[in-house]
Design a protein around this ligand. Structure first.
Ligand code: DX5
Ligand code: ZN
Length: 225
C-alpha cells in the first residue's frame, strides 16, 4: 500500500462502467490508494450514478484499497447502513443534504465507518465549524456536484481557512472536482491531502491500454512535488 501524500482517490464516475472492475484494478496498479465512489440520486444532484450493490462489488476487488464513498444524496440517513455493509471505509455526506448533519455523522460512525462532510462551492467553511470533532474528512467540492469533467472552481482560500480551523485534529481535506496536474499544487499548498480526480486519471486509458492511468496519476503527484 502506497502511503505517499497526497492520497490519490480516482473517482470511478469517470470509468467505463462496462469495464468497471478491470478499470478499478488498473487504476490501483497505476498507484491509486483510495477508490472514490460518487453516489448520486437524481434529487440532491441532477444525475443518477450507482448504489450500494456496485460499491460492494468494487470493494471485493482489493482488500487494501480504501473505499471512499461520497453521498450526493438527500436524505442520507436511510442509506448509511447499506453503504457501510457494502464495504465503505468512509462515508461522506453533504452538509447541505439536510437539517441534521450532526446526527448523520454520528450515525455513520455508529456503523463503524469513518465520517466525512462535503461542502458545495457555495457553502462557506464556517458551516462546519461546530462539526470538527465529529468528522474524519472534509471534502471541498471544486465543481457543482453532479458530473465529472467540469471546469475547476478555484477555492484555495477556503481550503486554507479549513486547514486553520482544523488545527492539529487528524482530519483529511479532500478536493473533489476539476483536479488536474495544473490545479493540484495550489490545493496541496493550501492544505489538501486527498485528491479526487476522475477525468484527469482516466483520460486516454482503457482496459486494453491501462498505462495512461499510472502516467496520469504520477503526473498529478509529480506536479505536487
Ligand atoms: C461531481 C463529481 C466529480 C468527480 C470528479 O459531482 O464528484 O467531482 O468526482 O470529476 P472530475 O475529476 O472529472 O472533475
Ligand atoms: Zn465525489
Amino acid at each position: 500500500m502506497n502511503f505517499d501524500l497526497p492520497i490519490l482517490a480516482p473517482s470511478i464516475l469517470a470509468a467505463d462502467k462496462a469495464q468497471l472492475g478491470a478499470q478499478v484494478q488498473a487504476m490501483l496498479d497505476g498507484g491509486a490508494q483510495w477508490i472514490h465512489c460518487d453516489i448520486m440520486d437524481g434529487h440532491f444532484v441532477p444525475n443518477i450514478s450507482f448504489g450500494p450493490n456496485v460499491v460492494a462489488s468494487i470493494a471485493r476487488i482489493s482488500d487494501e484499497a480504501f473505499m471512499d464513498v461520497h453521498l450526493m444524496i438527500a436524505p442520507v440517513d436511510p442509506y448509511i447502513e447499506a453503504f457501510a455493509k457494502a464495504g465503505a471505509d468512509i462515508i461522506t455526506a453533504h452538509v447541505e443534504a439536510g437539517p441534521h448533519i450532526h446526527r448523520t455523522l454520528q450515525s455513520i460512525r455508529a456503523n463503524g465507518v469513518k465520517a466525512g462532510i462535503a461542502l458545495n462551492p457555495g457553502t462557506p467553511a464556517s458551516a462546519i465549524a461546530d462539526l470538527l470533532d465529529s468528522t474524519d474528512l472534509v471534502c471541498v467540492m471544486t465543481v457543482n456536484p453532479g458530473f465529472g469533467g467540469q471546469s475547476y472552481i478555484a477555492l484555495e482560500d477556503k481550503v486554507e481557512e479549513l486547514r486553520t480551523m482544523i488545527g492539529d485534529r487528524p482530519i483529511h481535506i479532500e478536493i473533489d472536482g476539476g483536479v488536474t496536474a495544473k490545479t493540484a499544487p495550489a490545493l496541496v499548498r493550501a492544505g489538501a491531502d486527498v485528491l479526487v480526480a476522475g477525468s484527469a486519471v482516466f483520460k486516454g486509458g482503457s482496459v486494453s491500454n491501462p498505462s495512461p492511468y499510472g502516467i496520469n496519476i504520477n503526473a498529478i503527484r509529480a506536479a505536487v512535488g
